[in-house]
Design a protein. Structure first.
Length: 235
């Protein structure tokens, strides 16, 4: 997630508005004083505290490095930051920021995850079977995404759920475990929900809680109108 992606301030569908127009091709570059390392074949090929973050329209957030610190790696100049280059994510085996291993892209310093207990209702049905019907939920407000409701598995018909092979990763919540449902009539629906069994620190309040995919179940979720209603699967 980036300032220029999704509903971010410079994205294609910003959640808010500016008092004056901004250029459609805006690029924001900023210092990033965290230790960034790249490992290739077990050896450190980048180890710097002088990286930049580049927020570019329609592109994932990326690093830019002083050219002298990327010797031997494929790279491209960053026009907005003379003397700096970008290195393809797949050019190395492992990326680290301080001691956290990264997946897909750098974490955005402007991205925030707020988990709040709430009395917003959640009802989920698959066919004639109700899996959850409660007003004891946790709402997750995450930068540039629509709010989502998560629910304690103690309030869910987990006897009907089974873990699937699907997984995904979020730099702010961690690895997602996906769940399918086997209904009393023997039919099954896969990947109707997900949970974070070992979430990153900012998402600990939803550890093990379940969120449901509105495209795969019949779901009534009491969400803020401004949030855009139901959203899809986790990032």
């Amino acid at each position: 997630m980036s300032l220029v992606a999704g509903r971010g301030p410079f994205g294609s569908d910003p959640a808010g508005w500016f008092s004056a127009p901004v250029p459609a091709d805006i690029v924001f570059v900023e210092p990033h004083p965290r230790r960034v390392q790249a490992l290739l074949a077990g050896h450190s090929v980048i180890d710097t505290e002088h990286a930049l973050l580049v927020h570019r329209l329609g592109r994932p957030l990326s690093y830019a490095f002083p050219e002298a610190e990327t010797t031997g790696l494929p790279s491209e100049p960053v026009p907005e930051a003379p003397g700096y280059v970008s290195v393809p994510w797949e050019a190395v085996d492992t990326w680290l920021e301080e001691d956290r291993q990264l997946v897909h892209y750098p974490p955005n310093p402007y991205h925030r995850v707020d988990c709040r207990p709430t009395r917003r209702g959640l009802r989920v049905r698959v066919g004639d079977t109700t899996l959850v019907d409660t007003t004891t939920t946790t709402i997750v407000f995450e930068t540039s995404l629509a709010p989502r409701l998560y629910v304690d598995p103690a309030l869910v018909r987990t006897d009907l759920l089974h873990r699937t092979a699907t997984t995904s990763y979020c730099n702010y919540k961690g690895y997602a475990t996906y769940w399918g449902a086997t209904l009393p009539d023997g039919s099954a629906v896969e990947d109707i929900a997900w949970s974070y069994e070992d979430p990153l620190p900012e998402s600990l309040p939803i550890k093990g809680f379940l969120s449901f995919d509105a495209e795969r179940v019949e779901m009534l979720a009491e969400l803020p109108d401004a949030g855009g209603g139901d959203c899809g699967c986790p990032t």
